[in-house]
Design a protein around this ligand. Structure first.
Ligand code: FPP
Ligand code: MG
Length: 292
């Protein structure tokens, strides 16, 4: 099986699990409808796939990674619902469908996003994981999302519109708004698979470099790709003068930047002995292949 087939297979496993979860969790609530709409809408599912691959690499089973993968996908989906709101990026298309607030209105989109945060915690806390694993996952999740992570990154991203930031500041934004969740995916997979803090830490560092490469790739695609392929409106970064590596380095420079970040990610894998890193290495290059 080549890497794209492997990723597609894990994505299917995750989406089957998500379907079962949504059927079981179904309620008559309209908030639930908006919540399920955004969770069901396509997307690459790269984060839950990463949790599965990290767990497998660390000697665990893909199935054990599903609750953590779902919780992280919920947090990611929540962050996109809010990111698309008029007060933030003001977008109308996401995952090939109208954004949550376009479909259900702003109040509902805010509330569906809020619900996703707490459901994410509930998925972990009611999972079959050992108590200490639940505690470690929730602790890491809280750290990654707050003022050292996604919220701060999103704030910096919005505040940087129209401002010429140097590369190191842009890298900082990428780290907080995107990389930290990638870091969590790797940590979670490794933590679920076994009690080996060293491997979990190293895989998290790999995830951090991979996340920066991913955000640069996303920003390149915003310029080079189209609405149909992306499932979201292209050209927004330029229109809003967003702080991206493309703005500072141009397309070719941004490709080199993403290549270097991928190189750093792969180098971390070279130093990990207790984990089967081959698939993760292939995944990093597969991701980069989207813009090369
Ligand atoms: C998309 O980036 C947005 C993010 C990666 C992060 C958004 C984060 C928040 C709204 C804060 C989340 C808060 C918690 C508690 C997790 P983008 O706008 O560059 O990408 P896009 O083109 O897909 O919109
Ligand atoms: Mg956005």
């Amino acid at each position: 099986m080549d890497i794209s087939e492997l990723i597609a297979a894990r994505k299917t496993v995750f989406e089957d699990y998500l379907d079962r979860y949504l059927k079981d969790a179904q309620s008559g609530s309209e908030v639930f409808e908006a919540f399920a709409y955004s969770l069901r809408a396509g997307g690459k599912r790269i984060r839950p796939v990463l949790v599965m691959l990290a767990a497998e690499a660390a000697g665990g089973h893909e199935g054990d990674a599903l609750p953590a993968g779902l919780a992280i996908e919920m947090i990611h989906t929540f962050s996109l619902i809010h990111d698309d709101l008029p007060a933030l990026d003001d977008d109308e298309l996401r995952r090939g469908l109208p954004t949550c607030h376009k479909k259900f209105g702003e109040a509902m989109a805010i509330l569906a996003g809020d619900a996703l945060i707490f459901q994410a915690l509930s998925v972990i806390l009611t999972s079959p994981y050992a108590m200490q694993v639940k505690l470690d996952l929730c602790t890491a999740l809280a750290d990654v999302c707050g003022t050292n992570g996604l919220v701060q990154g999103e704030y910096e991203d919005v505040m940087a519109e129209g401002i010429d930031l140097p590369l190191d500041r842009i890298e900082g934004i990428y780290t907080r708004k995107t990389s930290r969740l990638f870091e969590l995916c790797m940590y979670a997979g490794a933590r679920i698979a076994r009690e080996d803090p060293e491997s979990a830490r190293s895989l998290a560092v790999f995830g951090s470099h991979l996340g920066r490469a991913f955000q640069a790739i996303d920003d390149i695609l915003d310029v080079t790709s189209d609405r149909q392929t992306l499932g979201k409106s292209p050209g927004k970064d330029l229109a809003k003068s967003k702080a991206t590596v493309v703005k500072v380095l141009g397309i070719d420079g941004a490709r080199s930047w993403a290549q270097e970040a991928t190189g750093r990610a792969v180098k971390v894998l070279d130093g990990i002995v207790a984990v089967r890193t081959e698939v993760l290495r292939e995944l990093a290059f597969w991701m980069l292949g989207r813009v090369m």
